[in-house]
Design a protein around this ligand. Structure first.
Ligand SMILES: [Zn+2]
Length: 262
């Protein structure tokens, strides 16, 4: 069996019904999520845990060629209600990044971004504990979901080290971090490292090879509007551009290589 040389990581947010066009990008319907997972399984993709991914990254473990990782940002209750039952059918693990100061509350940071000012419930402690027993692992996504690059140094430490401490108080051994809005530069990556996190997940697209920077792990943005065909092209190309035209270019290159024309 071939082993994985490069591992794609999918990034989802809310799994539920979307109420407007703005929400549709970062919210996927339960039906569409089920179709995504079914399409991946039928194409022989195999979800692995974040710890297995990290062991692979450190050269301590091999993984199957079509290994991939499922990640959810923000910690929405809809993932508990709609995505978890689907993932259990496949016995697929997943990783979720929590906003530590808002456990059991709602996504207050979205209020100003959402054109209708709606907010949605986040997981509470009991739900997190239940999911931890059933394949999910939980890590940090800051304390309040602020853009870290806009904070002063004290606030930055509060949002990174504070997040780790807060989750650990809840009994969540939190070792990895996802940057809110994917926004970071050297200063924020250093703060995350100094807070004691072992790795951080970005929103920069691409595959992860075994030499990927531990504080710049790449992820693919999967939108609520992505069809299963689009998802499969994204995960195969390691790109957020899953349009047919991108796929045709990739396929043509593969074909040229096979024919010795590349
Ligand atoms: Zn987020």
């Amino acid at each position: 069996m071939n082993t994985a040389q490069r591992i794609p990581i999918l990034m989802y947010h809310r799994v539920d019904d979307a109420h407007n066009q703005w929400e549709r990008k970062y919210c996927i319907s339960p039906k569409c999520f089920a179709e995504h997972m079914s399409a991946l399984a039928q194409s022989n993709w195999q979800a692995v845990s974040v710890d297995d991914f990290m062991a692979w990254r450190q050269g301590k473990k091999t993984l199957p060629e079509k290994a991939f990782l499922i990640s959810f940002d923000d910690g929405f209750k809809g993932v508990y209600e709609h995505a978890w039952p689907i993932l259990r059918q496949y016995q697929w693990p997943a990783v979720m990044f929590l906003v530590s100061n808002l456990i059991g509350q709602d996504d207050a940071w979205s209020k100003n971004e959402n054109p209708e000012g709606r907010t949605y419930p986040l997981l509470n402690q009991n739900e997190i504990a239940e999911m931890e027993q059933g394949g999910f692992s939980f890590h940090g996504h800051s304390r309040n979901h602020k853009d870290l690059t806009a904070l002063n140094d004290i606030e930055l430490v509060n949002e990174t080290a504070g997040c780790k401490a807060e989750l650990e108080l809840l009994g969540i051994s939190c070792r990895y971090f996802a940057y809110p809005y994917g926004r970071f530069s050297e200063r924020e990556a250093t703060a995350v490292k100094m807070a004691g996190f072992e790795a951080a997940f970005s929103v920069q697209p691409g595959f992860n090879r075994s030499d990927v920077d531990l504080f710049r792990i790449r992820r693919l943005d999967i939108f609520g509007t992505d069809t299963s065909a689009m998802l499969l092209r994204k995960i195969t190309l390691g790109s957020n551009d899953g349009r047919l035209i991108a796929w045709a270019g990739y396929y043509l290159n593969q074909l040229k290589l096979r024919l010795g024309l590349g």
